[in-house]
Write a protein that binds this ligand. Structure first.
Ligand code: GAP
Length: 513
């Protein structure tokens, strides 16, 4: 991460704490690694992101319904899903820095660097030649061909090592690529070991293995095991989807970068059940829809890109990420996976219960195929927070920090500020708040100079401030200040609701998709 980006990220993190968005978990005991609490403003922002997703899925699609499954599930669930045997990450320690890494990520870092080199060559050539043909260039330029050959070779070795669970081959790859620890700078590595990411605990009073259960590492399995319950009770016809928002837990080896990679986090997942053979059509459909959902927030279309998975999981026949340009660069925000019939088939096998759909049009039973969309709520939060955070220099030479959060997601929609704490202004302000509070989350504040109060509202992203002054008492008008332009307008109290409603409406945001 470049130094300025590094500083910006640090500023975002400290701002999040200072203004009640995110606190380290159990901070009075020095915190708990990679676990965070959402404060009073963070909880509101998070709820609004959830609402945006939930309404998109369940209101805008009449064939998608939502559920809320338990975190604890029968332990066989995780045997069937493959998590007990295969939800592992290869870990490696540097003996000098004592830092732990994911070996596959270290290797992928080398691939990323080679890809950057290719992009640089492409950019240089594109500037030099008119009618630049990228496809032709990357297959003929000697340097690029060499880089690509190296990438393919590394990818092949990585894929084979992962598929065969071959940690010796993995270590050999780290050695052959001469990967050095970014902290110590040395290549003094331990062997690579597999590490299962699931947290386990015990259910019941007798602590033996039979009672060992897991905290779910993904919400998806709660949907799969309820597939028939929902299909039958909801009389759902294929294609249809089941959506869910909930906590997931992973004992991540490398859990750094604030709320990007946490040990306890939330997912918003949707499993879309389709007829076998139609999954690629729906995979493309959801890729497109989900990108549009992100882009409608207005955080900049250039900040999103697809990243196709080269190394597909054994159950997938297609998979990609929607990446976002986080402060530390483009990283996975959401996964879209065509999971075939792997999960339902496996649950059928382990449970002995039929998990099939009777298609009355074709007069046949089949196990549906599944296209999954899975976005991390906390990563969504980070994408919104980091890209909304602006340090601005104003015309009068002063500075302000403002969160330009998309208005429908802002924790508070309007702040109501009596200019003074006397002369009946607070009473009038409360009157206005009583008019607005049923429609919008309002913030009331009467302490400090008005300029200071505006800055505090900017810092938590409140789109509007209404100031109640002496003129208000005479003619029932107030000033309304726009967070982004800082322009103030005098308007009738009766007009305030309409002005705010237009820009903070979740419905209007959903209509943009
Ligand atoms: N059911 C599919 C699944 O869980 P995944 O790619 O492992 O797929 C989906 O996770 C999304 O969940 C990711 O794109 C990311 O946004 C989020 N996520 C995964 N691990 C996370 C973690 N440790 N901390 C925060 N978010 C995480």
């Amino acid at each position: 991460m470049a130094n300025t980006e590094d500083n910006l990220f640090k500023n975002v993190i400290s701002h999040a704490k200072e203004y009640g968005f995110i606190f380290p978990s159990s901070e009075i005991y020095d915190g708990l690694s990679a676990v965070y609490d959402y404060g009073q403003n963070g909880a509101e922002l998070k709820n609004n992101i959830k609402e945006y997703w939930w309404k998109f899925m369940t209101l805008l699609h009449d064939n998608i319904v939502g559920i809320d499954a338990a975190i604890f599930m029968h332990p066989t669930t995780w045997k069937a899903s493959g998590h007990v045997d295969a939800f592992n990450d290869p870990m490696i320690d540097n003996k000098d820095s004592k830092k732990r890494y994911r070996a596959d990520q270290l290797i992928e870092g080398v691939i990323e660097k080679l890809e950057e080199k290719i992009e640089k060559e492409v950019e240089k050539a594109a500037k030099r030649f008119e009618n630049f043909d990228r496809a032709m260039f990357v297959t003929t330029n000697a340097r690029v061909v060499e880089y690509q050959k190296k990438i393919d070779e590394i990818n092949d070795r990585l894929k084979t090592a992962m598929a065969n669970n071959d940690m010796v081959a993995m270590k050999q790859l780290v050695d052959d690529l001469e990967i050095a620890d970014p902290i110590s700078g040395t290549k003094n590595w331990t062997d690579v070991r597999q590490f299962n990411l699931m947290f386990s605990t015990e259910m019941g009073s007798v602590a033996d293995d039979a009672n060992k259960i897991y905290l779910r590492p993904e919400t998806a399995q709660g949907i799969f095991v309820n597939f028939l319950n929902v299909q039958k009770t909801g009389r759902m016809k294929i294609p249809f989807g089941i959506a869910q928002i909930g906590k997931a837990f992973r004992n991540e080896i490398v859990a750094r970068q604030f709320i990007f990679r946490m040990r306890e986090f939330e997912q918003m997942e949707m499993q879309f059940f389709v007829k076998p053979g139609e999954e690629m059509k729906w995979y493309d459909f959801w890729k497109d829809k989900r990108l549009k959902w992100h882009q409608a927030l207005g955080l900049g279309n250039e900040n999103y890109r697809y990243h196709d998975h080269l190394n597909l999981a054994h159950y997938a026949n297609a998979a990609c990420d929607i990446q976002f340009n986080f402060p530390m660069g483009f990283r996975e925000l959401e996964g879209i996976h065509s999971r075939t019939d792997f999960d339902l088939k496996s649950h059928e096998k382990y449970s002995g219960k039929k998990l099939q759909y009777f298609d009355s049009e074709d007069n046949q039973n089949y196990i549906p195929y599944v296209v999954e969309t899975s976005v991390g709520l906390d990563r969504m939060f980070l994408s919104v927070l980091a890209s909304s955070y602006k340090e601005e220099k104003l015309d009068d030479g002063s500075e302000r920090v403002v969160l330009k959060i998309p208005a429908p997601l802002a924790p508070h929609k309007v702040a109501i500020l009596p200019l003074m704490k006397k002369d009946g202004l607070p009473e009038k302000a409360h009157e206005i708040m009583n008019l607005l509070k049923f429609d919008f989350r309002c913030f009331y504040e009467e302490k400090d100079a008005i300029g200071k109060r505006y800055r505090r509202q900017d810092a938590i992203g409140t789109p509007y401030c209404i100031t109640v002054d002496h003129q208000t008492l005479q003619d029932n008008t107030v000033t309304i200040r726009n967070r982004d332009t800082m322009k103030q307008e005098r308007v009738a109290i009766d007009a305030v609701k309409g002005i705010i409603a237009e820009s903070v409406s979740m419905a209007e945001l959903l209509k943009k998709i």
